[in-house]
Write a protein that binds this ligand. Structure first.
Ligand code: HEM
Length: 288
């Protein structure tokens, strides 16, 4: 492991292999949603990180700011207490790891355990002690909007068109919950498997407006699968659509691009001293 930043691996004496295993061993929960906490853990890391603004360097996963008022109560974060509470139990077993490291590591482990690519991850985030650095409630994307909004929000984080499409491919996982976002249903029929099925469903179906009392969303001909207006924007915007079709045709390419973009997302606004490494390489270093 000569290339691993042993400095940061050693820092704090955290047994990352044990943390990793504790996360992996507790993902399955038959009583919850589709049987796995994986999707909601991925959403927690994304919402913790996606507040970043390259304009002033505010936001991002460092600090684990969503533990505090007002960020915990931002509408976009509805339901994420499930993920925060789950990881708080793991944190009790491993008090040395920061919440900010634990939240981001948990998403990487979840993606890998659900069949996705290995994600480069490194420790070194610290926790804030109060909500003073919480960002305003306007940083995360609005599902009711289209391509211009998606570009504005992800552009503020510093992502390219291609990275935006790759990241939103995480909607292969999980589902919408009426009591959290107002929207309802999963994007794929295998919502606990990381795959390129979000893209194959997006290009492979005729999507129509769902006829219901809820907010505008789209459904496939069976009525079982859904797309948000912001998802449909990836199909209707010509530049996004080129990438959507590439990922629908080539899962390996999607995995590669997603892994790179997700690693970048988790590090926005974080100031590390060592080089990045993979979760497995860090955790393989074991007790340090
Ligand atoms: C779920 C919107 C991008 C990962 C959701 C939900 C909405 C949403 C409305 C449903 C929440 C609920 O009711 O529980 C959006 C919009 C995006 C976006 C508008 C960008 C335009 C992303 C990105 C990721 C992501 C970049 C990760 C890289 C997830 C996951 C779920 C989810 C895993 C499922 C959560 C669960 O099953 O509990 N998203 N999202 N999303 N989102 Fe996104």
């Amino acid at each position: 492991f000569g290339y691993v930043s042993m400095g940061s691996v050693h820092a704090g004496g955290v047994d990352y292999e044990a943390v990793r295993k504790a996360i992996a061993d507790t993902l399955e929960d038959e009583s919850y949603d589709d049987g796995s906490l994986g999707p909601v853990l991925v959403r927690l890391a994304w919402h913790a990180s996606g507040t970043y603004s390259k304009k002033d360097g505010t936001g991002g996963s460092n600090g684990a700011k969503m533990r505090f008022f007002p960020e915990a109560f931002h509408g976009a974060n509805n339901g994420l207490s499930v993920a925060r509470n789950h990881l708080a139990r793991i944190k009790k077993q491993f008090p040395e790891i920061s919440n900010a490291d634990l939240w981001t590591l948990a998403a990487c482990v979840a993606i890998e355990e659900m069949g996705g690519p290995e994600i480069a991850w490194r420790p070194g985030r610290t926790d804030d002690n109060d909500g003073k650095l919480c960002t305003p409630d306007d940083r995360l994307p609005d599902a009711a909007q289209g391509a211009d909004h998606v570009r504005a929000v992800f552009g503020r984080m510093g992502f390219s068109d291609r990275e935006m499409v790759a990241l939103i491919g995480a909607h292969c996982l999980g589902r919408c919950h009426e009591n959290r976002s107002g929207y309802k249903g999963p994007w794929t029929r295998a919502p606990t498997t990381f795959s390129n099925m979000y893209f194959t469903e997006l290009v492979g179906n005729r999507w129509t407006r769902k006829n219901w009392d809820g907010p505008l969303q789209y459904e496939d001909p069976t009525g079982e699968l859904m797309m948000l207006p912001a998802d449909m924007a990836l199909l209707h915007d010509p530049a996004f659509a080129v990438v959507v079709k590439e990922y629908a045709a080539d899962e390996e390419l999607f995995f590669r691009d997603f892994a790179a973009a997700f690693a970048k997302l988790l590090e926005l606004g974080c100031d590390f001293d060592g080089p990045s490494t993979t979760t497995k390489a860090v955790t393989a270093a074991g007790v340090v």
